[in-house]
Design a protein around this ligand. Sequence first.
Ligand SMILES: Cc1cc2nc3c(=O)[nH]c(=O)nc-3n(C[C@H](O)[C@H](O)[C@H](O)COP(=O)(O)OP(=O)(O)OC[C@H]3O[C@@H](n4cnc5c(N)ncnc54)[C@H](O)[C@@H]3O)c2cc1C
Length: 434
Amino acid sequence: MSDITTPDFKFQPYWWDAAAPVPFEERDPKNGYDVVIIGSGFTGVSAALHLARGGHEVAILDRQNPGEGASRRNAGFIGRVLKKSYSELAAAKGKDKARAIYGELNAAYRFTFDLIEKEDIACFAARPGRFIGATSRGHFNALAKDLAVLEADMGFAHTMLPRERVREELGTDVYEGGAVIPDSGSLHPGLYHKGLLDRTVAAGVGVFGRTEVLAIRELANGKCEVQTDRGTIIADHVVVGTNGYTSRLGWFRRRVVPFRAYMAATEEMPQELLDRLIPHGRTVIDSNTNIDFFRPAPDSRRILFGGATAAPLGGPEEIARRMKGIIDRVLPEARGLRLSHAWDGYCAGTFDLMPHMGRNGNVHYAMGYNFAGVTMGSTFGRKIAARILGEPDQDSIFAAKGFPTMPFYTGKPWFLGLAMRYFDWHDRQLARSA
Ligand SMILES: Cc1cc2nc3c(=O)[nH]c(=O)nc-3n(C[C@H](O)[C@H](O)[C@H](O)COP(=O)(O)OP(=O)(O)OC[C@H]3O[C@@H](n4cnc5c(N)ncnc54)[C@H](O)[C@@H]3O)c2cc1C
């Protein structure tokens, strides 16, 4: 694959050049903690940080090196969106519910920026805005309709751009127009996660990598027994933040659908080319359900991008070639650029396409972010901590309902190919509707 990759190509997240996950397993965990947190991503570290600051003795356990899950692999887009659009939600559940859901997305977005500022984490957090490229006239019309209602009801501003103005936003002619969302953010997820983890350790939290939780059992006295491959721990509360990497924990595995997602980074390019390809430095997605996405790197002159989520790709070569195909198609001027990095990672869908937070006794959980885990994970971690500490702002519209599963589903999503084909069919129907 040397024809499409640089000589120093790495099959690992670009973010790890600045913030590689490191081992944390030197000592064994103690036999007891106030709170044991399973999973060291945004959900786990946010919960841990706030619990430790609230005076609790906390341990984080992770079966990989801390941060090696999706939290240091994602695209670093931070917005106020879900897989279900505002209009879809309003039609299915009524305007009040849709307003409450999007209101909470907005609160999570603001919470994340506030947290970064308060903790003084240097992670290139910014609000460059987002461009959504419409893949057909039908998609353009649907986008215009949805964003108009969202702006009228929620005050989220947007501007629609006709086809002939797309090049003001992206060096391409493949889109049939699009939308600019001026208040939408991005960050360096590796540095954001590292910053949170560093502050968590400084607050006294014990962090144990390479420690897999095998089972959780509630004891008669209300405490929880956490069985790990390094011994058993007793805790007053357990927090589960394992999202797309959930192993062993059957109740949770039956509720999250792991999706394999893919990304790549180009080699560095001249500034003029980058300015032509993404002139305003915005994050870019297209209007399909299964999106292609692009952004400039915050700390070098590269484009980071992804797509083909859930495609059954094999190893590094197949992934790199598929990623190269995406950027060459959408940004033809980037054809001469080789890839310096490619990587994969798991995010988690759910059967109702909604994130979930809740508790079973003293086992608290938050997961199923459907690609919105940077803000939602950070916020849900904080909310769970507030629940355990008895502080305000512990409730969520996403905790109001049960966490659905499907009969016979045990965590192996055999239906993913079918689901993705359904999404593609749905996108084609919308394209024909113009
Ligand atoms: C390629 C890609 C791009 C994405 N882009 C975006 C984006 O732009 N914006 C956005 O908001 N979201 C995005 N996401 C999703 C986002 O990264 C996740 O939703 C978020 O990081 C989830 O954080 P988390 O803390 O819940 O889980 P993770 O960060 O995935 O961490 C879960 C951890 O749990 C551990 N674990 C699992 N089971 C056990 C067990 N039994 N015992 C011990 N440890 C266990 C795992 O080892 C893992 O480290 C993307 C995801 C991917 C993969």
